[in-house]
Design a binder for this molecule. Structure first.
Ligand SMILES: [Zn+2]
Length: 229
């Protein structure tokens, strides 16, 4: 199944030089992650917060790449998160690739910093009015999506942004072995984190994510072996 395929329900718009497309599964998956029994409002707040945060994350990558002379191709939000496509018009240096990768998560940290600043005059919320409850939920969602996911995204695991940073750092050491090594580190870390997760929370639906990352890296490892050895 192609999760990135076009559908008649896509939301399309154009922003800062990039055509943006939002696949309907983006909203469905985000509302599911924000699932609270009987609380449709929180699911909507979660989907909206995730939309703004992941969109700006991709623009973090995209605008830095554009500033480095890449041609903007498009930004896609879909069931697995976000993707930013751009076309380098020249060979990008490793440090430039690293800066582009870091620009995503650091945009999230900056965005949460901005939310935190805006909330300062409002905190602590004294009354539990409906508006205050929405504002509190939104603040918590923005913390979770921008700070918690932002830190996870920096883990040295492919294809997360931290994994791409690790790969480009390893290219300084050995360009031919970098992908193989990056896949091995990713496999080891996913296994360790997966075991820690099961020990702490027991088996749960989040293990699908670990399985996906493990499978993707075993594939990358096998591919890099067959290419370079
Ligand atoms: Zn990213």
């Amino acid at each position: 199944m192609d999760f990135t395929a076009r559908t008649p329900y896509d939301l399309n718009f154009y922003l800062w030089g990039y055509p943006v497309r939002v696949n309907p599964f983006f909203w469905i998956i985000m509302a599911c992650i924000g699932f609270r029994p009987g609380d449709l409002q929180f699911m909507a707040i979660f989907a909206l917060g995730a939309f703004v945060s992941i969109l700006l994350h991709e623009f973090g990558h995209g605008l830095v790449a554009k500033a480095m002379g890449c041609r903007p191709v498009g930004i896609l939000l879909y069931g697995m998160g976000g993707l930013c496509y751009y076309e380098p018009r020249r060979h990008l240096a490793r440090w430039e690739e690293i800066v582009i990768s870091l620009a995503g998560p650091f945009t999230n940290f900056a965005l949460f910093g901005l939310v935190w600043l805006i909330y300062q005059p409002l905190i602590p919320f004294k009354e539990a009015t409906p508006l205050n409850l929405i504002l509190i939920d939104f603040y918590n969602v923005m913390f979770f999506v921008n700070v918690f996911w932002g830190i996870i995204n920096l883990f040295p695991i492919l294809p997360l942004d931290g994994g791409r940073v690790m790969f480009n750092l390893l290219r300084y050491v050995n360009p031919l072995k970098a992908l193989e090594w990056a896949a091995l580190v990713s496999i080891g870390l996913v296994l360790i984190l997966g075991i820690l997760y099961i020990q702490s929370f027991g088996p749960g639906p989040n293990l699908v994510l670990f399985a996906f990352l493990l499978f993707a890296n075993v594939q990358t490892y096998q591919m890099s072996r067959s290419q370079y050895s």
